[in-house]
Write a protein that binds this ligand. Structure first.
Ligand SMILES: Nc1ncnc2c1ncn2[C@@H]1O[C@H](COP(=O)(O)OP(=O)(O)O)[C@@H](O)[C@H]1O
Ligand SMILES: [Mg+2]
Length: 253
């Protein structure tokens, strides 16, 4: 199983939009996919149109439920929903060494052999996000191309360096994904150069495919259908398809 964390300490940069369409797009390519919502705001869960009570990722992290009984089999991919309680994890989890290993441990207990596990995260680097870093092979950092949100990226990078050094030597930044890209503005091109430099310094790359600003993508939270099914001819579908192909090429070598 290839594990992928979507993370940026900044909010509103397209993390959930990316997690949702990446999970759906991988599934369309014949892969089995488990997505886990680790954000107390539960945006990914809402994208999926799930709003019933039941086991959540918080229950898995606190070990109240087994990971296998927390999985919902949805139309576009399997999901472990989020919970507002995730916001309390920093206080709830015991001060033991294994408080950071809960997700890694849970994934090792999965009875289904998924090809991919995609984890969507809060715009914060608390105990839950670090749990995700501990468990993952790859991190994708979405960043809004129209503004210099480099602080959020630097924060992710610093945390990943620690995780890599002490606990999870396998973790790799797959790349920075430019989102909400407006190709025709001069400003944007300058920012692309800055992101390229930043990526180089972090030993990673900027994905060749930026995700353009697209009204259909902004409609997804209320539509509950991935862009490929909702508007297959849109620039949003075109960009996410190109990005997913590029991503797969990088990780399935
Ligand atoms: N490429 C895009 N074009 C237009 N709107 C987008 C695009 N990507 C994300 N959005 C919108 O921007 C907002 C923030 O995106 P979201 O994926 O929720 O970010 P995050 O998870 O980082 O907070 C949402 O309303 C979403 O619909
Ligand atoms: Mg989000």
């Amino acid at each position: 199983m290839i594990t992928v964390v979507i993370s940026n300490k900044k909010g509103g940069v397209g993390k959930t939009t990316t997690a949702y369409n990446l999970a759906a797009g991988l599934r369309k390519r014949g892969k089995s996919v488990l997505a886990i919502d680790l954000d107390p705001q539960c945006s990914l869960t809402k994208f999926c149109g799930v709003n019933k009570n039941g086991p959540t990722s918080f229950g898995v992290i606190t070990k109240e439920v087994n990971i296998n009984s927390a999985i919902l089999k949805l139309e576009f991919f399997d999901l472990i929903p989020g919970s507002a309680s995730l916001a309390t994890a920093d206080q709830t989890l015991p001060e033991s060494v294994n408080r950071l290993m809960r997700i890694r441990e849970a994934l090792s207990e999965l009875k289904t052999d998924y090809d991919y596990c995609i984890m969507d995260n809060a715009p914060a680097i608390g105990v839950v996000t670090v749990n995700a870093y501990m468990a993952t092979d790859y991190v994708i950092i979405p960043a809004e191309a129209n503004e210099l949100s480099t602080d959020g990226i630097a924060n992710v990078y610093e945390s990943i360096l620690d995780v890599k050094k002490y606990v999870n030597p396998h973790i790799q930044i797959a790349g920075i994904l430019l989102t909400r890209y407006k190709p025709n503005t001069v400003l944007n091109r300058e920012y692309s150069d800055i992101f390229n430099e930043l990526a180089k310094g972090m030993g990673t790359k900027v994905f060749k495919t930026p995700i353009r600003e697209n009204v259909n993508l902004s409609e997804l939270p209320s539509i509950h259908v991935p862009i490929f099914d909702y508007k297959p001819g849109s620039t949003g579908a075109e960009d996410y398809n190109a990005f997913i192909d590029e991503f797969i090429k990088g990780v399935e070598k």
